[in-house]
Ligand binder design. Structure first.
Ligand code: PPE
Length: 306
């Protein structure tokens, strides 16, 4: 990976290589951590802006609330710390990874009074699913692993432990020659991918999974808003894998993946086999928005200078 110089660690800026924890850290053993993935972009005018920074910090605190991890920082403090980390690293564009985790103290599942620690790292991160993916789309399979039941793990928390399910699905998909996996929920309906939400388009209507077994993606909510404002009908409704097979278009949304077209699912070509017109339209609007070329959504951008 591409490293940077400093990591924000419990309020201090420490050199990247010194940002370390004990091997008996609770989160390492039991997955007791919550995290975020946020992107900063260089805008058309050369200034930098973090996309929906406040909403990401809010989600981090909500994830922590769900898991009963007591993060000792307010939303405002987290926002300021993210910006400080970008600035100290002179990073004009890249990925921001805050994580709050249960630290070293007592061993055993019960987190007790173990300290809760927070770090923020930033680094340059290009196209998550490959450079060609954004333009040409990717090949996807339905995973043999189901997404979590809503009472098994808390799917609305962006919790580290939840990602075991994603890791299983991702390895399977990659080893079977695909770029990404889509998981079904325990009732057999389409849920989400290992690190993305999913949308389909059929007869001009856009559909996405309701907020049940999925993470409430911030890219997902942005794209829903953009699409509705552009006059599209967007339905948050359950759908099945075969509805994706016969969709005209399909795409993923995520901070890392941005808006990535899906060109194939389970060896069925989706639509024309490349990004469709609605996907392209929304992708263009999305990138215009994050790069500050869409004044209507200026409120989503947190500007900073390096
Ligand atoms: N579902 C899952 C399971 C998920 O991990 C993400 C983000 C999303 C949906 C989309 O959420 P949002 O980023 O708010 O639109 N996945 C993050 C982690 C990627 C990684 O490999 O690490 C991300 O995109 O940052």
């Amino acid at each position: 990976m591409q490293t940077t110089q400093f990591i924000w660690f419990d309020g201090k800026t420490v050199p990247w290589e010194h940002a370390q924890v004990h091997v008996l850290t609770h989160a390492l053993h039991y997955g007791s951590a919550v995290f975020e993935g946020i992107r900063a972009y260089v805008c058309a005018d050369g200034a930098s802006a973090v996309f929906r920074l406040e909403d990401h910090c809010k989600r981090l605190l909500n994830s922590a609330k769900i898991l009963r991890i007591k993060v000792p920082y307010s939303e405002d403090a987290l926002v300021a710390a993210c910006v400080e980390t970008l600035k100290v690293n002179k990073l004009a564009e890249g990925y921001i990874r805050p994580i709050s985790f249960v630290g070293y103290g007592e061993m055993g599942v019960y987190p007790g009074s173990n300290p809760v620690r927070t770090i923020i790292a930033v680094w340059p991160w290009g196209a998550y699913l490959g450079a060609e993916a954004l333009e040409k789309g990717i090949r996807v399979k339905i995973s043999s692993f189901a997404r979590m039941h809503v009472n098994t793990l808390m799917t609305k928390a962006k919790a580290s432990g939840n990602y075991i399910n994603s890791i299983l699905a991702k390895i399977e998909a990659k080893e079977d020659g695909y770029d990404e996996a889509v998981m079904l929920d325990v009732n057999g309906f389409v849920s989400e991918a290992t690190g993305e939400n999913i949308f389909i388009v059929r007869d001009g209507i856009i559909k996405t999974t309701p907020w049940t077994s999925i993470l409430g993606g911030i890219t997902r909510s942005s794209v829903i808003r953009l699409a509705r404002d552009l006059g599209y009908t967007v339905e948050e409704q359950q759908f099945t894998r075969d509805e994706v097979y016969i969709a005209d278009e399909a795409f993923f949304t995520g901070t890392a993946a941005e808006l990535t077209p899906i060109r194939e699912l389970d060896r069925r070509t989706i639509g024309a086999g490349h990004a469709g017109s609605v996907t392209k339209h929304l992708q263009k609007e999305f990138f215009r928005t994050v790069k500050g070329e869409n004044p209507k959504y200026a409120g989503w951008l947190h500007h900073y200078t390096v």
